[in-house]
Design a protein around this ligand. Structure first.
Ligand code: PHE
Length: 349
């Protein structure tokens, strides 16, 4: 057999191979136990000593060449495979998702988006704070001292670990601690909302141990109660999509605001469904008031120059009202059928 011819054939065939399986077959047919080159080596035994030396060396170098051609081609094939895989896996992020996409946005998430967008259009920035709070931020800085009856207004979840003041951490019972965190870290004027999760030890059709609130805080030299009312009325009109919205503010009490109020919106029931905006029945939707000067002082804000208003609203409640949902627990059951029925699609944005 012509050694040069074998090399030529091998390089041609290796050149044409385009899969790992092709290469494996070629390896067997040239270098395997019964492969062409192995056969050549076997045939050496019939040759003279002289010939064995020269031809043996030629066959060895043929074997090395074919071996390295095979290895080189195998490497190339593997690289090509990876590259074509990467090419197929590439994601065009500018490409719109298919219209048949099934995922739905949870009603609470939709409310978060709407609340942020409405207050955002009024110039409010979004602030955040941790769900696990210290006694200072959740209570004492908000003028709720220990043993104050106001602590019993909220059934608190305590955590065994103690903070720096040796007081147990709490799951925040409201978003109001974000007021304190913001006032301690920013100079007035301040204009923020803080949407987020809150926790109280309570559970029935209208209370969930984990629920959602949005806090609002506006501190300036002349923020006043009528700005507060105007802001909240405008928010409700936009959120509930009702232009003629009947509302009322009732005097109330919160340790961190003075004076304090609760806002109710009017409603009536017709054909078994709830209509917001008109009627002789009232629904309480939020607490609010002028920031207590003591709280400003706790946050090192000069209360002879600055004043402010604050409000806190239950997001689960306004979501239920807007969409006619009656059981708060349905929000947190993680029931796919429920989400498919009550969630929002791309068309709702
Ligand atoms: N934090 C109060 C609550 O959870 C609501 C509130 C916030 C009231 C801000 C007044 C001002 O009930």
């Amino acid at each position: 057999m012509d050694i040069n011819q074998v090399l030529k054939d091998a390089s041609k065939e290796i050149g044409l191979a385009n899969s790992q399986a092709d290469i494996q077959n070629l390896k067997v047919s040239y270098l395997g136990k019964k492969g062409k080159i192995t056969e050549l080596l076997k045939s050496l035994k019939d040759l003279s000593l002289e010939e064995k030396k020269t031809i043996g060396a030629q066959i060895n170098s043929l074997r090395d060449s074919v071996d390295s051609l095979i290895k080189g081609k195998l490497l190339k094939i593997k690289k090509d495979e990876i590259n074509s895989k990467l090419l197929n896996e590439s994601i065009d992020i500018s490409f719109p998702p298919p219209s048949s996409i099934d995922a739905k946005v949870h009603p609470i998430s939709k409310t978060f988006d709407e609340v942020i967008s409405i207050f955002g259009s009024m110039g409010y920035a979004v602030a955040e704070g941790p769900d696990i709070e210290t006694d200072f931020y959740n209570f004492s800085a908000l003028n709720i001292p220990e043993d104050h009856p106001a602590r019993e207004m909220q059934d608190t979840f305590y955590i065994e670990d103690k903070d720096e003041e040796n007081k147990p951490f709490v799951l925040r019972t409201h978003t109001s601690p974000v007021q304190i965190r913001t006032m301690l870290s920013q100079e007035p004027p301040i204009k923020i909302i803080a949407p987020g999760r809150t926790y109280r030890c309570d559970s029935d059709a209208t209370h969930s141990p984990m629920f959602h609130q949005v806090e609002g805080l506006f501190i300036s030299e002349n923020a006043n109660m009528s700005d507060l009312k105007g802001t909240l009325i405008e928010f409700c009109k936009q959120f509930f999509e009702v232009q003629d919205l009947k509302v009322r503010f009732r005097p109330s009490y919160f340790p961190f605001t003075e004076p304090s109020a609760e806002m109710d919106i009017a409603y009536h029931v017709k054909n078994n469904s709830l209509h917001i905006g008109e009627g002789d029945k009232w629904l309480e939707i939020l607490g609010c008031g002028m920031v207590n000067p003591v709280v400003l002082e706790n946050c090192k804000i000069d209360n002879s120059i600055y004043q402010g208003f604050a409000f806190g609203m239950g997001l689960d409640r306004i979501t239920m009202l807007k969409h006619g949902l009656t059981d708060i627990r349905s929000f947190f059951n993680a029931n796919l059928n429920w989400i498919n029925q009550n969630g929002f699609g791309l068309g709702d944005y």
